[in-house]
Design a protein around this ligand. Sequence first.
Ligand code: GLN
Length: 490
Amino acid sequence: MTELNHLTIAGALEGLAKKEFTSFELTMACLAQMEQHRDLNAFITETKERALAMAMASDVRRASGQPLGSMEGIPLAIKDLFCTEGVLTTAGSHILDGFHPTYESTVSANLWKQGAVMLGKVNMDEFAMGSSNGTSYHGPVANPWRRKGDNTRLVPGGSSGGSATAVSARMALAATGTDTGGSIRQPAAFTGIVGLKPTYGRCSRWGIVAFASSLDQAGPMCRSVEDTAIMLGAMAGHDPKDSTSVDVPLPDFRKAVEGGVKGLRVGVPKEYRLDGLSPEIAKLWDQGVAWLKAEGAEIKEITLPHTKYALPVYYIIAPAEASSNLARYDGVRFGLRVPGESLDDMYELTRAAGFGKEVRRRVMIGTYVLSAGYYDAYYLRAQRIRALILKDFTDAFKDVDVVLTPSTPSAAFGLEEKFDDPVAMYLNDVFTVTVNLAGLPGISVPAGLDNRGLPLGLQLIGRAFDEDTVLRAGRAIERAANFTAKPEGF
Ligand code: GLN
C-alpha cells in the first residue's frame, strides 16, 4: 500500500471509509514526515497533540456512526496567517510574538466542522508580503525540489511557501493558503502542486490577518484538482462576520471536476506573451492550448489591453491597504512590545524592531501613495486603472469561458538569486496579480518540468463565482499533462 501521507484527500477518504486505516494512523504518518524533514522549515508551530486528539475524535465519529464531514479525518497544514484559537499565530512576523488568538478564523473553523485535522501552522512571508518565503521572521522555507545535478536550495515561492512545501513534501495532505497577488498559485507552481484562488468573497476573510483587504482570498493547496474541489467546498461559504463575503449558493465543486471541456471557449491573452518570456514557458503554454483543443475546447486569441499596468497598480494598492491594516500593530494590543520613554517612543521602537525590511518598505510606499498631494497621482489613478483591468476581463468573458496563461514567468529559483532585488521579486507576480485586481477565480495546475527538472504550472482564470469551469478546465490540463513527477526522496 502507498504510504499514507502520500495519499490524496480523495484517496484517503476512500481508505478511511473502507476502514483500511484510521485517521490516527494517517495523522501519525504525516507527523513522522514533518519530523523527518524539519530542515525544510515548513512549520512554525507543530500541534502534534491537538492533531492526534482531533484524529481520534474523527475515528470515534466514524466508528460510532455519527454524521461525517466532507474532510473527515484529513490532516491539514494551516498557513500562519489564519487565527487559530489558543495556538500561536505569527503571520511570519516578529511583531506577533506570543500572539495566541482567542478565536478561530471562519475558514479554519469550517474545515474543522467538516472533520479535518490540524497538523500545525506553516511558515510564510512576513504578513504575506513576498514571493519566496524569504521575508519570514522564522527563516526561509526550502523547496523539496532541486535542479537536476545541482544541490542549490530553491525557494518554494511565497507567500504561502510553508503550505506549498508541506503539501509537496508529503507532510500534509493539503494546506490552506492565502492569495493577495499570487501567493497560492505561484508557490503551487514552484512545488508541483495545485493551488486555487477563489473568487473574492467566496471564502470569509474573518480571522485571517489582513494584508490588502480588497485583494486577499483564502484557498486550497492540494495534490490534485479533485482534492482542490473537495477542500474548496469545505472552506467556502457566506459568513455574516465578513461583509465582503458573498451570499451565493455553494455548488458541489467536486461534481464539476470531471465535466470535460468539450465546447468550452478558452481565451489566450496575447498581452501575456511578454518580451523575453522563457521559451520553455511559452512552449508549455502552447502545449496547454493543444491539450485543451484535443479535448474539444475552442481556442480564441483575446486581448487584455491593460495588463501592462497590473503590476504597478498592484504595488500601489496592496501597500496602501497594508499600511493602513498594519497600523494596528503598535505594541499595545498584540505581540511584541519594546518599552520606550513615551507612548510615541514605544510605538516607534516596537514597530522598528517588530517589522522586517520588506514590511517596512511596503508601509512606507503605502503611506506615501496615500499622503495628501500624492493620493490623486498614485492611489486614485491606480484605482481607476484597476477598474479598467476588470473591464478587460469582463469584455473578454463575453467571448470566452475561461482564460489560459502560464502561472509564473520562471521555475523556482535560489533564495540568494533574487532576494536583494525587490523589483525582480515583484516580477514573479506578473501573471497572477491581474486576477486579484479583478477579483476572479484562478487555479495553477502542474503541467510539466523544465529542462532542469523543476515543475512549471499553467493558470486558468474564470468568471466571478465560476470556480466550476476553472476546476473542470484545470482537471483537463491535469489529465493531459499526467504530471506524476515528485521531488527526489519524497
Ligand atoms: N508576491 C506578492 C506580494 O509580495 C503577492 C503576495 C500575496 O499574494 N500574498 O505582494
